[in-house]
Every structure is written in structure tokens, then in C-alpha cells.
Design a protein around this ligand. Structure first.
Ligand code: UGA
Length: 435
């Protein structure tokens, strides 16, 4: 099939590349000339494991191409994906100007029947708005609008795309359902379902899924905080709870709060939608409040440990990205933690395997960056682990003790065993586990 993907951000690039991988011809369109040039030269602007192999293969074989010219990019496309940014506006609602702007442009250049797909996370009712805009200049027989939310996790996006738990296709048009079903057929060969539904339900599914996952995390963070107070161990509680198949084991890890470009934005946007419809979505307000507090937990523990001030103290930080296997620092807890530690007077030495350039752009020379994880520890008074990159999981305790000026570790992701740490002679504090 011939496909166009408008927007070469994270979602657009993964979507375009993975569709090319199943033999489709994909043209990715972006207004950013510099980005398109880089992509044409084989340079991928994001860090996503596994994407480079697919990208190289499909660009080499001519199935994946890039352009800044919208009319040229959509020529002959049976399906056009809109993978455009929907940043939160000042009031928390998603800004639809990019999506609606492109829909308006498309209405003037489409000449044959085309399926237009909302891939970005957009508020309930957006498919109808896109439809109305297209219909201003285009006969209704020439297009259908589909809501097809993505459920990709950064760091494992290629795997999530190639083997989705489910595909959600929101449209009541039988013709569009057939086209979309044909496109996704290679991805659901193992029997995973495609759910066909109306546009509004598809749009709502995306927000409901992300908000539910964020709720799980905030709930577990509160359980962890209570575990510390009552003398329980959240690791055990998590296992005990999670083995109930109604609850499930995944996504129950307490930590330093959720970050990233999705959960914070989507929870806020769903709460806003609820308000617009006159409904007070109480749980979501609590989820956001809990997360804001949780992002401060680790810095508060550190500041308290050193008696309320970090003047003259150096804190080593391992992990800056909002989670492992990405260079993404949007809404990353590390940013909040570093800001608080700096305010308390600390000097910071930070290391992350992929995200340091992005953090440099935020903090500049206010913190020191090191090229190797152990270098951060030299002369530091404590180590704070903020992102659970695999490379931090089995450190040499001997080297840690030699390099740190005090054997003090604050673990925001519970990656070390408290008993081992005590036996090794560390002062060790983590989340929801009494040490
Ligand atoms: C999330 C969803 O998981 C995807 O399904 C969705 O498609 C995506 O948002 C999106 O809307 O685009 P992502 O933001 O890449 O994916 O990251 P997650 O792996 O979901 O992690 C989000 C945050 O929750 C991270 O800060 C992570 O550290 C935190 N988290 C996750 C926990 O604190 N505990 C957990 O048990 C799991």
C-alpha cells in the first residue's frame, strides 16, 4: 500500500518505519527542512533501540522516503497518518492547531478517496473536527477519518508496534475499516485483536489507558510511602498484590513519579475534558497531586539526611532520562530532583548513558556532567539513582565505597537489595522499603 505519514516526531517516525517494514511504500512529510535533510541522509534524530536497523533497510530499499512537500508526499497515498504534535495549552487542554492546520491543507489537495488517520493523542471529538474541516473543501465520498491511537512505549516502541497487544480502529465507515484492517493484518498474525469501534470510543480508549496506568503508579507510590511509615516492604506487597490475575504484575513499581511526554500530558488533558463536560474526575486530580509530590521524595530524603542543607555537599546522580533506553527528559523526575538539590546548596555530578545532551540544554553549567558513571562518584557525599538503566544494576560495591567520600546511596528505583547494601556497609535508602 502507499502511505503518507505527516509529522516525523517520535510516533511518526516509528509508525512510518514499521509500516515500510511490512512492504508498504511510506513517505514521511515534515515542515522542518533540517530534520528532513538529516533523515534523507540516514540520520535518525531520536534514540530508539532497534529503529536504526529497520530504518536503514527500508530507506536503502526505497520503501521509506522523506519530503517537506505535503502535496508531493501524499501523492498516490491510500492512507494518510497525522502524527503531529499536540502540546498542552496553558489550560492543560491539547493544542490542536497542527492537526487541524494540516487537515485544512489536505482538504485542498486530495483528489482521490483517502483514509485520514489521527495517530496523535487527541481529545475526544477531534476526529469529528478533522472531518468537518475536510468536508469544507472536499466531497464526503473522497475521504474517511479514522482514530487509530498508538500504544507505544519509548524504548520498546518498535517491538510494541510490530507486535501490538491490540489495535484500536475508530471509524464507522466499512470502507475505511477494510483499508485499515488490510494494513494492520501482518501485525496481528499471532491472533491479537483489532477492535473496531466509533471514533469517540477510540479517542477515549487512549486517554483511559494512559490515565489508568498513571493511576496505578500513583497508587503504588502512595502504598510505598505508607509502607515506609508502617514498617512494611513494598517489594513484597507488590508481589503479593500483583499475583492476583485481576491486578497483574506489570506496572506496579513505585519510584520517583511518572514522567515522559505522555502520562503527565494525557492525565491533565483527560481531567480537562471531564471539566469541559461538567464532570469532576476526582481520581485524576489526586493522581496528578500525588505525582507532583512523589517527584520531590528523593530530594527531600537527601536533604533531610544531611540535616536540612546541602551547602558544601556534592551529590552524584545516575540516570537523567524519564526512564531507561531513551534520551527523553520531558517531565523527567530528575529535573525536579536536581532543581531541589541545587536550591538546597548541593553541587551535582551527573551521568546518563543517553540523555546528558538534553539535560545540558536545561541546566548548562549549573551542574557537572561526566562521561562515565563511576567518575560521578569521585569525592561525592552521596549517590542518587534516578533512572533504572541496566548498567547501574550491578555496580562494584568496592569501587563505590572507594570513590564516594561517604558510603551513602539514595535509590529512587529500588534496584539494589537493602540487606546486601547494609552488609556492604552503605547507608541506603530507597522507596517504600525499610532499611
Ligand atoms: C506510555 C504508555 O506506557 C504507552 O502505552 C503509550 O503509548 C505512551 O505512553 C504514549 O501515550 O505515547 P511511555 O511514556 O513511553 O509510554 O513510558 P512508560 O514505560 O509507560 O513509563 C512512563 C513513566 O512511568 C516513566 O516515568 C516510568 O518510570 C514510570 N513508571 C512506569 C513507574 O514509575 N512505575 C511503573 O511500574 C511503570
Amino acid at each position: 500500500m502507499n502511505i503518507a505519514v505527516i509529522g516525523t516526531g517520535y510516533v511518526g517516525l516509528v509508525t512510518g518505519t514499521c509500516f515500510a517494514e511490512t512492504g508498504n511504500h511510506v513517505t514521511c512529510v515534515d515542515i522542518d527542512e533540517n530534520k528532513v535533510n538529516r533523515l534523507q541522509n540516514g540520520e535518525i534524530p531520536i534514540y530508539e533501540p532497534g529503529l536504526d536497523t529497520l530504518f536503514d533497510r527500508n530507506t536503502r530499499q526505497g520503501r521509506l522516503t522523506f519530503t517537506t512537500n505535503l502535496a508531493e508526499g501524499i501523492k498516490g497515498a491510500e492512507i494518510i497518518f497525522l502524527a503531529l504534535p499536540t502540546p498542552p495549552g496553558e489550560d492543560g487542554s491539547a493544542d490542536l492547531s497542527y492537526v487541524l492546520g494540516v487537515a485544512g491543507d489536505l482538504s485542498k489537495i486530495i483528489t482521490e478517496y483517502t483514509v485520514i488517520v489521527d495517530k496523535s493523542t487527541v481529545p475526544v471529538g477531534t476526529a469529528e473536527k478533522v472531518h468537518a474541516l475536510l468536508a469544507e473543501n472536499l466531497s464526503e465520498s473522497l475521504f474517511d477519518v479514522v482514530s487509530n491511537p498508538e500504544f507505544l512505549r519509548e524504548g520498546v516502541a518498535v517491538e510494541d508496534f510490530m507486535k501490538p497487544d491490540r489495535v484500536v480502529i475508530g471509524t464507522e465507515s466499512a470502507r475505511a475499516r477494510e483499508v485499515m484492517g488490510r494494513l494492520y493484518e501482518p501485525f496481528v498474525r499471532q491472533g491479537n485483536p483489532i477492535y473496531y469501534m466509533d471514533e469517540r470510543s477510540a479517542e477515549m480508549t487512549k486517554y483511559a489507558a494512559n490515565s489508568y496506568l498513571a493511576t496505578r503508579i500513583s497508587f503504588m507510590n502512595e502504598i510505598a510511602n505508607l509502607c515506609e511509615r508502617v514498617g512494611a516492604n513494598v517489594d513484597m506487597v507488590r508481589l503479593g498484590m500483583g499475583s492476583d490475575t485481576r491486578i497483574g504484575k506489570r506496572f506496579l513499581f513505585p519510584g520517583v513519579g511518572y514522567g515522559g511526554s505522555c502520562f503527565p500530558k494525557d492525565v491533565q488533558a483527560l481531567a480537562k475534558t471531564a471539566t469541559e463536560y461538567g464532570y469532576d474526575f476526582n481520581i485524576l486530580n489526586a493522581v496528578m497531586g500525588v505525582n507532583t509530590k512523589q517527584k520531590q521524595i528523593l530530594s527531600q530524603k537527601i536533604i533531610a539526611h544531611f540535616g536540612g542543607s546541602l551547602n558544601g555537599k556534592t551529590i552524584a546522580i545516575w540516570g537523567l532520562a524519564f526512564k531507561p533506553n531513551t534520551d527523553d527528559i520531558r517531565e523527567a523526575p530528575a529535573l525536579t530532583i536536581i532543581e531541589e538539590l541545587l536550591e538546597a546548596g548541593a553541587d551535582i555530578k551527573a551521568f546518563d548513558p543517553e540523555a546528558m545532551d538534553n539535560v545540558k540544554a536545561v541546566f548548562g553549567s549549573r551542574i557537572q556532567f561526566v562521561e562515565e558513571q563511576y567518575e560521578a562518584l569521585i569525592g561525592a557525599d552521596a549517590l542518587a539513582v534516578i533512572t533504572e538503566w541496566p548498567v547501574f544494576r550491578s555496580p562494584s560495591y568496592k569501587v563505590l565505597k572507594e570513590l564516594l567520600s561517604q558510603p551513602v546511596i539514595f535509590d529512587g528505583r529500588n534496584i539494589y537489595d537493602p540487606k546486601t547494601m547494609a552488609a556492604e556497609g552503605f547507608y541506603y535508602d530507597s522507596i517504600g522499603r525499610n532499611t
